[in-house]
Design a protein around this ligand. Structure first.
Ligand code: NAP
Length: 464
């Protein structure tokens, strides 16, 4: 894949970039190692000062960097501004709390008395240069949610960003430099995916995090496994959205629209499979389809647009294939199911779509629909809803709408996912761990769990 900015709203190539040569990669790896030697020794107060400065700069840059993101991957400019603001918040959150999250822990002396220790403690030390392989869909947020905790922990970062967001990738490197981070603390590697293996095998790179598709995760994890290097994987999702008999159907349907089409439908934690109890099925489905039909599709730079284009032509054709396969096998199209009027041959748009009558023989039942396409299922009981929700190779998050405490407890106990969001949609927050199970990956980002993933959890045992 060429490293280039191609405007998804028009299909026009705006800028292309040369990939780094192996000599240039070597220079950056050497710089990362050198920077780590110093950075690991800095105090939390110094790290916090730098990260606050980067957050302040990013806050000033929001209008400009939002436009860049929209130009590169097509998200609406309003959502791009919100993404950048969320990054500022996460940076400040970690700047203010990392020292506490990584404070030494002192096990109860009674629990370790027979170890012979006069004193024992657990110390969180950094690991070294970490490679971050990142996707285009939240081109700032995915990177910041790795970089903020990693830098606060004393690690340094090497970013291999998706090939279609090079300007955002370069902006990030420049942001950290402008904030005063020494050269080498956070570097962007403009490289294609074929060059990742060599970087990951380099002994100076000690660990990797990847957010992206299952094939990319498998590839990076297998190389890292071969090298015995730690990885965190945040992969795809096909989150269920259960609407149960006692739900507030009006709110559930309104939120369902946002949950499905946020980021033009290209979010790992978007609700994708709407599993609705027969008692509320007609009321929910009618409102949901109406809401999806009413969305304004168009120019992502226009503040009144709800849904912009998909990020690439390939992304749109993959999505259209999933819809066509389902329709060929008998799924009903409640709205959409095609390119929107006026955009048949301009940009990579796809109309917000609701499909009903989906069954397990259809590809869309098993695969991730990465665009504004929802599938709705009718179920007769909570048991059936939970079984259908778990009938997926993914396990990222899940959503449940109910006023019944028993339903909530049952879902928290049985839904196979890294999150259960009740009467709301899944969203990440710096203070809450984020990640999945099954084919959605492993490890956690954000909160204490996220910052500790790339730490050497060190046992210190002292006899007198
Ligand atoms: P992708 O094709 O897997 O790309 C993600 C990153 O991996 C890019 O930097 C890509 O580089 C690189 N890559 C691709 N194949 C690779 C390989 N074999 N070895 C090493 N690196 C490789 O995914 P995407 O299309 O950008 O993003 C969409 C996917 O990400 C969806 O499945 C979505 O659900 C998932 N996602 C998950 C989360 C989460 O938190 N769980 C968040 C956001 C997105 P190139 O661009 O150069 O190919």
């Amino acid at each position: 894949m060429a490293i280039a900015t191609v405007n998804p709203a028009t299909g026009e190539t705006l800028r292309t970039f040369e990939a780094l040569t192996s000599e240039e990669i070597e220079k950056r790896l050497a710089r990362a190692e050198e920077a780590y030697r110093e950075h690991r020794l800095t105090s939390f107060a110094d790290r916090a000062r730098l990260l606050h400065r980067a957050a302040d700069l990013l806050e000033e840059d929001i209008p400009e960097i939002a436009r860049t993101m929209t130009l590169e991957m097509g998200k609406t400019v309003a959502s791009a501004r919100a993404e950048a603001a969320k990054c500022v918040k996460a940076m400040r959150w970690y700047a203010d709390r990392a020292e506490g999250l990584l404070a030494d822990e002192h096990p109860d002396q009674a629990d370790v008395a027979d170890s012979g220790a006069a004193r024992a403690r657990v110390v969180y030390r950094p690991l070294g240069p970490v490679l971050a392989v990142m996707p285009w869909n939240f081109p700032l947020w995915q990177v910041i949610r790795f970089a903020a905790p990693a830098l606060m922990a004393g690690n340094v970062g090497l970013l291999k960003h998706a090939s279609n967001v090079p300007q955002t990738a370069l902006y990030l490197e420049a942001l950290f430099r402008r904030a005063g981070y020494p050269e080498g603390c956070f570097q962007t590697l403009l490289i294609g995916s074929g060059a990742v293996e060599a970087v990951l095998r380099d002994p100076r790179v000690v660990a990797a995090t990847l957010t992206g598709s299952e094939p990319a995760g498998r590839s990076v994890a297998s190389v890292a496994g071969d090298e015995i290097k730690k990885t965190v994987l945040e992969l795809g999702g096909s989150d269920p959205y259960l609407v149960l008999p006692s739900a507030d159907v009006e709110r559930a349907a309104k939120t369902a629209v946002t949950a499905r089409v946020q980021n033009n439908g290209q979010s790992c934690i978007a609700a994708k499979r709407f599993i609705v109890h027969t008692e509320v099925y007609d009321a929910f489905t009618q409102r949901f389809a109406e809401g999806m039909r009413a969305l304004r599709v168009g120019d992502p730079m226009d503040d009144t647009t709800d849904v912009g284009p998909l990020s690439s032509e390939q992304g749109r054709s993959d999505l259209a294939e999933l819809v066509d396969d389902a329709v060929d096998q008998g799924a009903a199209v409640l709205c959409g199911g095609r390119r929107p009027d006026g955009y048949e041959d301009r940009g990579w748009f796809y109309a917000p779509t609701v499909l009903a009558g989906v069954d397990s023989s259809m590809r869309i039942h098993r695969e991730e629909a990465f665009g504004p396409v929802a599938t709705v299922y009718r179920v007769g009981s909570l048991d059936e809803a939970v079984e259908l929700a778990n009938d997926s190779s993914f396990g990222l998050s899940s959503n449940v709408w109910t006023r019944d405490r028993h339903d909530i407890d049952r879902c928290v106990r049985d839904l196979q996912a890294g999150g259960v969001f009740v009467n709301g949609m899944t969203a990440s927050h710096p203070g809450l761990p984020f990640g999945g199970i099954k084919r959605s990956g492993y490890g956690r980002e954000l909160a204490a769990e996220g910052i500790r993933e790339f730490c050497n959890v060190t046992t210190v045992w002292e006899a007198d």
